[in-house]
Write a protein that binds this ligand. Sequence first.
Ligand code: ATP
Ligand code: MG
Length: 442
Amino acid sequence: MTKDTWIGDVRTGEHDGAEVELKGWVHRSRGSNKIRFIVLRDSTGTVQCVIKREVVGDETFEAMKGALVESSVILTGIVESTEREHGHEVQVTSAVVVGPVNPERPFPITESAMAEAEGGETEFLLDNRHLYLRTGRMTSMLKMRSTVFGAIHSYFRDRDFIEYQAPNFVAGAVEGGSTLFEVPYFGRTAYLTQSWQLYAEAAMPALERLYTMAPSFRAEKSRTRRHLTEFWHAEMEMAWASNDDIMVHGEGVVRHIARSLLDEREAELIEQGRDLNLVARYADSPYPRMRYDEAVETLQGMGVEIEWGQDLDYSKEKVLTADFDVPTFLTHYPRIAKPFYHRPDPDDTKYVLCHDLLAPEGYGEIIGGGERTWSEKEILERIDEEGTPRDAYEFYIDIRRYGGVPHGGFGLGVDRVCAWLTGAEHIRETIAFPRDSRRVTP
Ligand code: ATP
Ligand code: MG
């Protein structure tokens, strides 16, 4: 069975006056004994279809009357241009129900069910996520998400980056032990990967410019608007590159994502209530850079308690970014605030050559990246000073033993970028089946 006609095309007027066969789901249905109005939905939109008893006959009319919300149906009819909803209507000539809905178990997501939901509307919708995906809000979000993924692929592929995959079962941490998920692994313990980085660095001397988009896993105990336990991570790694070179690509890919959303998903952005001018600003304006020291002084000047050497947690990022109009890079964090793989700044080894890109509007950090420690001597020093056991990192040290070169990369939180650019309240709105510390179902 194929499908030739899409509701989105009916709405452009392309089929006016012609007979079409529409396949979709009943979005709304109302009517009398003689006439029934079905708003039909498919992945491209909705259109009102008019079914008259005198045209389709008793049997078909009764069947369509019994087709409850979310029944799947095939409707054949003539497209008419009207003054009413969306400017187009289909006068149905024949109709069949493909997948009925049992009247004893009607589609659960209704306005009144949401209002009455025990544990609140949010939990109700999360419990019914598999069905909630069909609603307009989720559909438009998933389309925008697809555009974001496509934009990231095209950005890197157009610049000759090679897509490369790293393992998801790993033996060691990248981002600190406290957020590692342990997995029993044939009598040993393995972990779910927090980042592809260490394995990307291994391929760096082979491919020189590489990227991925893959899930990363972090046992984030506290539930926030910005964290998932399974999130999509866009990461890149590049040989012969400085911190500045890496930032150029971080800014480049984020601006390209914003531009792609404006070009391809204007209607969906508007549907989510997003101010297009903001997205245009994020696509068109350069992203400024600020050193960590300046950020600390600024915060201290604002009366925030912060000591030099502390990492900036979200509460501080939020205050700092309150006046930012565009994403801003924070660079040159203190060496003591960052993991061993960050390269100390040769000009002043108290600092590392790194960057975080902080989004405006309170969305927090969207990119973390920088130069990697690349000489054997320096990496051993950094591992030991951190007190990290060397065993799990032997392969990582080997990369430095055989022709190490200056290199670096970044990780971008794709779901977090989706949340920010679409103006979502919560990161879980941006992904079909969000995972957090309390939920692995459905
Ligand atoms: P945060 O401080 O916000 O927890 P992080 O410093 O731990 O982030 P990195 O290790 O630098 O994050 O990861 C790179 C990017 O991945 C972050 O800038 C962020 O956009 C995203 N990210 C990190 N952790 C999560 C998470 N739990 N859920 C969603 N995105 C995340
Ligand atoms: Mg970070």
